[in-house]
Ligand binder design. Structure first.
Ligand SMILES: Cc1cc2nc3c(=O)[nH]c(=O)nc-3n(C[C@H](O)[C@H](O)[C@H](O)COP(=O)(O)OP(=O)(O)OC[C@H]3O[C@@H](n4cnc5c(N)ncnc54)[C@H](O)[C@@H]3O)c2cc1C
Length: 407
């Protein structure tokens, strides 16, 4: 019998288990994941950017936990010898019509306490990114890059060092609450635990429902496809180049990101409805996933509101030339032939019944025994250590004395 089972060995589940164990070293903790390896989904399919916290509504969990989380992540990686680069990033207005939004974003970043932000003109932009076109930009010197799979592996090591267990290849398929324990039915047999925390990413809603929690907010999967710059064109992007985002949409727009270690430059991701929650190919369809998205009233409202944006994104997904045009706005020297196919990722985005995308992180206590992380989209990888603290604090509050820090 465990004191705690965490469902999901992505970066959030691993960070949370690690944090609980560091507060209460004697607890018997296990993390389970349905995949044969940890970090198999969002944590292993992302841009690898350590965000600084510019974009998020002041006072929100995203804003607070990203600013502190990024600082903590750099410190953790330094301590563990995980390579990071504080290479900085530019957010570029390519047209005077974007200047108002760029300035508003700069004010937002300052309000969030992001260090070192500067509004810069075209000359300074050219010094930082010589091939980038823009009328003005925000320079964020603390934004950086890392490999989140490596970070997740180090969290897993910490868990094991503290006596915790990680069980891969174990899918949670049912959950029974008995008076004195919870029985987790998994594909590799039952486990018993006093308390459960779920961090199931793309399956957050289904796993919450399994344990008797509310089905809403549902998860809508948004796939993001990347192209890459061919090696001969990589010099066109030194570090990280982003557009001014559409404020009504939670995604950041097609950007250029240099990858740590390999020196690859990824272009993207875009954001289209994924036809399968863990489908990384454009033509991968899972009937249940697609039917659930399309039949949800909130999704239909969302689709009605954004049909134009959605149609354009879909067109850009299938048309290399349309994608190229978005890239060329930021990096005019990129030729169509410089773009080679890249990987893809699927974002878990919570949607409420009224059709609004849930913007902030959501950690919800189901009762005194189960806690759910229901929405942990970007920048949750950056913020993982800070989210973990929030989860551990909630656990201490709702799970009782054995989860409180001694003293
Ligand atoms: C394309 C893309 C780009 C991104 N870029 C960035 C970025 O640059 N910077 C950043 O900070 N964030 C970024 N993000 C967001 C970031 O990757 C996620 O916020 C973060 O990885 C979420 O971690 P997680 O642990 O919640 O989810 P996941 O990593 O998806 O982990 C959830 C785990 O739960 C497991 N699971 C699900 N159901 C069950 C079940 N029934 N039983 C057992 N296990 C189960 C899954 O197998 C999975 O391993 C990006 C995301 C995407 C998709």
């Amino acid at each position: 019998m465990y004191d705690l089972v965490v469902v999901g060995a992505g970066i959030v589940g691993l960070a949370s288990a690690r944090e609980v164990l560091s507060r209460r070293p004697g607890l018997k903790v296990a993390v389970i994941d349905k995949e044969p390896r940890i970090a198999a989904h969002q944590t292993g399919h992302n841009s690898g950017v350590i965000h600084s916290g510019i974009y998020y509504a002041p006072g929100s969990l995203k804003a607070r936990l990203c600013v502190t989380g990024s600082r903590e992540l750099y410190a953790y990686c330094d301590e563990r010898g995980i390579p990071t680069e504080r290479c900085g990033k530019v957010i570029v207005a390519t047209d005077p019509s974007e200047l108002g939004r760029l300035r508003a974003l700069h004010r937002r970043g300052l309000a969030n306490g992001v260090p070192g932000l500067e509004l810069i003109g075209p000359e300074r932009l050219r010094e930082i990114e010589p091939h980038c076109a823009g009328v003005a930009a925000i320079w964020s010197p603390v934004t950086g890059i890392v490999d989140y799979v490596q970070v997740a592996h180090h969290y897993a090591l910490d868990i094991r060092d503290a006596g915790g267990e990680i069980h891969t290849g174990r899918e949670l398929v049912g959950l029974r609450r008995l008076s004195d324990r919870i029985v987790l039915e998994t594909t590799a047999g039952d486990l018993e635990s006093a308390r459960v925390i779920t961090c199931a990413g793309l399956h957050a809603d289904r796993v919450a429902a399994l344990s008797g929690g509310a089905r809403e907010p549902v998860i809508v999967p948004f796939r993001g496809d990347y192209w890459q710059l061919a090696p001969r064109a990589r010099h066109l992007c030194r570090n990280l180049i982003y557009p001014v985002p559409d404020p009504s949409f939670p995604f950041l727009g097609v950007h250029a990101t240099r990858r740590i270690g390999s020196g690859e430059v990824w272009l993207g991701p875009n954001a289209v409805l994924a036809f399968s929650r863990e489908g990384y190919g454009r033509f991968q369809v899972r009937a249940r996933d697609l039917a659930e998205s399309l039949s949800h009233p909130g999704f239909r409202r969302l689709a009605r509101r954004y049909w134009r944006t959605g149609a354009l994104e879909l067109w850009r997904d299938y048309s290399r030339r349309a994608f190229w045009r978005s890239v060329r706005r930021l990096l005019p020297p990129v030729e169509l032939e410089d773009m080679v196919p890249g990987p893809s990722g699927v974002r878990a985005q919570a949607l409420d019944p009224s059709g609004l995308l849930v913007d902030d992180f959501v950690v919800e206590a189901h009762d005194g025994r189960v806690l759910h992380v229901r929405n942990a989209p970007s920048p949750a990888a950056t913020s993982s250590l800070a989210i973990a603290r929030l989860v551990a604090e909630r656990a201490a509050k709702v799970f009782g004395d054995s989860f409180r820090e001694p003293g």
